[in-house]
Design a protein around this ligand. Structure first.
Ligand code: GLN
Length: 461
């Protein structure tokens, strides 16, 4: 808007964003800055505006791209050594849609390699620092994108959420983060982690910005057979009057930090005072979500990562004399230990002797979880829960303890297994000034109403 009204040029906005990105270089947010192209594109938009030509809804708006989205601008590494040097010949559908509306990518953001993690410490390039406390993690896997928005370098950033990778870093850095309904936004051109739970989504500073981004990026794509026919753009916002909000009573609330529990209780009171009905829900199957997730996701990871063999993409080990050695050496040197752990677990749970005991059981648990969400949404319009059991933890605190790291995801993964949307919303700060996030969960295809309703959780001060 500011640009179309000629109060500022696109070039100025892009230069400011690049300047800020450099100013915060210690935070290790970006893996690549797109200086030359971004300025060129901004000038083109300024020229169009000066000539009275039509420009898109995001004309000249700088944004940050999680480095697991393919585009020919810069290397797409997914913060993994094995993809270093890989410049994509194709552009992800989501990127294309944003750029068609005039958005300008100023840089690619850091993540846990292949999006495996909850802290961005699994990045080959080193961790990103939290926007509120330099000694703490940014969250993950989309840590770079969350911090880029939290430090106001850009107004929005892309993310992917397979089990919490948008919502958890959003909550650790006090911004909005949306994991849409599975299939709402095309996954074409996004480095695959677990194809049945991967979702493309965004970090933004306000619900209204999120709405604009969703109306641009959502919709069916012939290049991704799992995309749903467009429902977002055509949805009529429902009135936010008198909704029924579910609170999950039998979840493992003990393990949730008391200050997060307090923030939840305060929002519940706020909703009640605004005339909404609070309904206690029992969802006993959710306690199996984490275990099911850490079987199903590694199984899909193991297949999706089998394509990185040193022949087709990025890095190739130099030490090999035979083809098998080339595969072995490239994969041994190119993957991070968390990637390897998931490949091992994934192949184990799919192997003939263990398939029934692990993968099949997890798939059955997933069906129960899907059913439980369906039942819940026959009683309530939305569910409100914490995003994670604690605020941002210290760098180094959990990185050598995979189970502790996995437990971070206990409240986020069930949404991905069920395919339902979740919006992380800022819900104040704890005593030490760290942001607290809550997530609003809705039934499939309720994304627009979810975003709309999240405004009811804003305090008027
Ligand atoms: N933290 C979760 C994991 O490590 C989620 C990752 C994601 O959503 N990409 O699997």
């Amino acid at each position: 808007m500011k640009i179309a009204n000629k109060t500022v040029t696109a070039e100025r906005l892009v230069r400011d964003a690049l300047e800020k990105a450099k100013h915060f270089s210690d935070y290790h947010i970006f893996t690549f800055l797109n200086e030359e192209n971004a300025i060129k594109k901004a000038r083109e938009i300024d020229r169009k505006i000066a000539a009275g030509e039509k420009v898109g809804r995001l004309a000249g708006v700088p944004y940050a791209l999680k480095d697991n989205f393919l585009s020919p601008e810069g290397e797409t590494t997914a913060s993994a050594h094995i993809l270093e040097g890989f410049v994509s010949p194709v552009t992800a559908t989501a990127v294309k849609k944003l750029e068609d509306e005039g958005a300008i990518m100023i840089g690619r953001t850091n993540l846990d390699a292949f999006a495996h993690g909850s802290s961005t410490e699994n990045s080959y390039f080193g961790p990103t620092h939290n926007a509120f406390d330099f000694d703490r993690v940014a969250g993950g896997s989309s840590g770079g994108s969350a911090v880029a928005v939290a430090l106001d370098i850009v107004e929005f950033a892309t993310g992917t959420d397979t089990g919490g990778s948008i919502r958890q870093p959003a909550s650790f850095n006090g911004v909005y983060g949306l994991k849409p309904t599975y299939g709402c936004i095309s996954r074409y051109g996004v480095v695959a982690m677990a194809s049945s739970t991967d979702c493309v989504g965004f970090f933004a500073q306000t619900p209204d910005d999120m709405d604009v981004l969703m109306s641009i990026a959502s919709g069916q794509d012939s290049k991704d057979m799992t995309t749903l026919p467009d429902y977002y753009g055509s949805a009529e916002p429902e009135s936010t009057n008198k909704r029924r909000i579910g609170i999950i009573k039998d979840f493992d609330n003990e393990s949730v930090d008391p200050e997060i529990q307090k923030a939840l209780a305060q929002k519940v009171e706020l909703l009640r005072s605004r005339g909404h009905e609070i309904v206690d829900l029992s969802m006993p199957s959710l306690k199996y979500a984490l275990a099911a997730y850490y079987i199903i996701v590694p199984a899909e990871v193991a297949s999706n990562l089998s394509r990185y063999d040193g022949v087709r993409y990025g890095f190739r080990s130099k030490e090999s004399t035979t083809l098998n050695e080339l595969y072995d050496n490239t994969r041994s040197e190119g993957f991070m230990s968390e990637n390897k752990r998931r490949i091992m677990i994934g192949n184990f749970v799919l192997s003939s002797g263990f398939y029934d005991a692990y993968f099949l059981k997890a798939a059955k648990a997933r069906t129960l979880i899907i059913g439980e969400y369906e039942k819940a949404f026959s009683k309530v319009d939305f569910i409100l829960t914490p995003v994670s059991p604690n605020p941002a933890f210290k760098l180094g605190e959990k990185v050598n303890d995979p189970i502790a790291m996995y437990l971070e995801d206990m409240m986020s993964v069930s949404l991905n297994l069920a395919g339902v949307p979740g919006l992380a919303i800022p819900a104040g700060k704890n005593k030490t000034g760290l942001p607290i996030g809550l997530q609003l969960v809705g039934p499939r295809r309720s994304d627009k109403n979810l975003i709309q309703f999240s405004k009811e959780l804003e305090e008027n001060d």
